[in-house]
Write a protein that binds this ligand. Structure first.
Ligand SMILES: Nc1ncnc2c1ncn2[C@@H]1O[C@H](COP(=O)(O)OP(=O)(O)OP(=O)(O)O)[C@@H](O)[C@H]1O
Length: 318
């Protein structure tokens, strides 16, 4: 496996005892120096994947390399915030970090460096218990930065934060990305990763469903929908669902939302008219990345055609 990837997963699966398949044949590469957003709804398998990367969970199948080694071998070069870190409530932020620094085998001075990095220097002398949730989360990121890691793994660092906390965390993540550190960042909120990540990998039910820069995802997914106003609507639905080239047909506000290649507009129009359906309007819909994400991870997307990620994977691992 090449050295230009900070982490590589090759057809990795994780089945927990009891039968839950949390990760299902996932292949993914995190490029060195990039901020990769790992996006998926609750239960998609993000935390499990991150836990496998740091060696906390063993994969049931597949191959993982982190900084060129099997998981668990390079922990001195990896910073992770996967579960809420435990800090002593009565100790100051600085003293908590100094303790964590000793535990990690790095000099005490690292505590002040990372406090500055996460913008907590001015409150470093206050007890942890007086911190807002956002400050507590930033202290968690600071702890993950103590070793000046080559790879930073952050699991939902904005979870539970109010909008101001989210904005502060976003600024922090953006600044980390500019320092050349590789960051893998999970979230179930697209807007949070869209603004700070170089690329986004979308997972659902443990599988990769799309991958690329925000622009690539927009380009690949944004034009894949036709909006059709047809009468009678039931006949139109039957007709469109009978076409192999149509991935999905949904009814939205009396219109049909047809997931397909927009270049097929004329052909589908002809097909509808031949079936005796009046087409009052037909246009390609440019949807937002948010809509694309919701469509990709919607329960209806579980059909057999959608199970194959290649169709929507863009900017795939090169
Ligand atoms: N230790 C475990 N034992 C059994 N099942 C588990 C375990 N940990 C996670 N799961 C299940 O695996 C699936 C994926 O969970 P995971 O936490 O990896 O997803 P996630 O994308 O991080 O979701 P969330 O955003 O809700 O944390 C879920 O169905 C979850 O219930």
């Amino acid at each position: 496996m090449g050295a230009s990837f900070a982490a590589e997963l090759h057809e990795v699966s994780k089945r927990y005892p009891g039968g839950v398949t949390a990760v299902d044949g996932l292949s993914l590469r995190v490029r060195e120096g990039e901020v990769l957003g790992f996006l998926g709804p609750n239960g998609a398998g993000k935390t499990t994947t991150m836990r496998m990367l740091v060696g906390l969970v063993r994969p049931s199948a597949g191959r993982i390399r982190v900084l060129g080694q099997p998981p668990g071998r390079q922990l001195a070069r990896i910073g992770a915030l996967i579960e809420s870190p435990t800090f002593y409530p009565h100790l100051t932020g600085r003293d908590n970090l100094r303790l964590a620094a000793r535990y990690a085998g790095v000099p005490d001075a690292a505590a002040d460096r990372v406090l500055d990095q996460v913008g907590l220097s001015s409150r470093a002398g206050s007890p942890f218990r007086t911190y807002s949730l956002g400050m507590k989360q930033r202290l968690g990121v600071a702890a993950a930065l103590l070793k000046d890691p080559s790879l930073l793994i952050l699991d939902e660092p904005t979870n539970g934060l109010d909008p101001a906390g989210v904005a502060e965390m976003r600024e922090l993540l953006r600044s980390l990305g500019q320092h050349g550190q590789t960051v893998l960042l999970s979230s179930h909120v697209l807007a949070e990763v869209e603004q700070v990540c170089d690329r986004i990998a979308v997972i659902d039910r443990g599988r990769l469903v799309a991958e690329g820069t925000p622009d690539e995802l927009r380009g690949a997914l944004g034009t894949g929908v036709l909006l059709i106003d047809a009468d009678p609507i039931d006949a139109a639905i039957t007709c469109l669902r009978g076409d192999d080239r149509v991935r999905a047909v949904d009814q939205v506000d009396g219109m049909l939302r047809v997931s397909t290649d927009p270049a097929l507009a004329a052909a589908l129009n002809r097909r509808l008219v031949t079936a005796g359906v009046d087409v009052r309007e037909l246009r390609a819909l440019r949807h937002s990345l948010e809509e694309a994400f919701l469509e990709l991870t919607a329960p209806a997307a579980a059909g057999p055609e959608q199970a194959e990620p290649a169709a929507v994977t863009t900017g795939a691992n090169r």
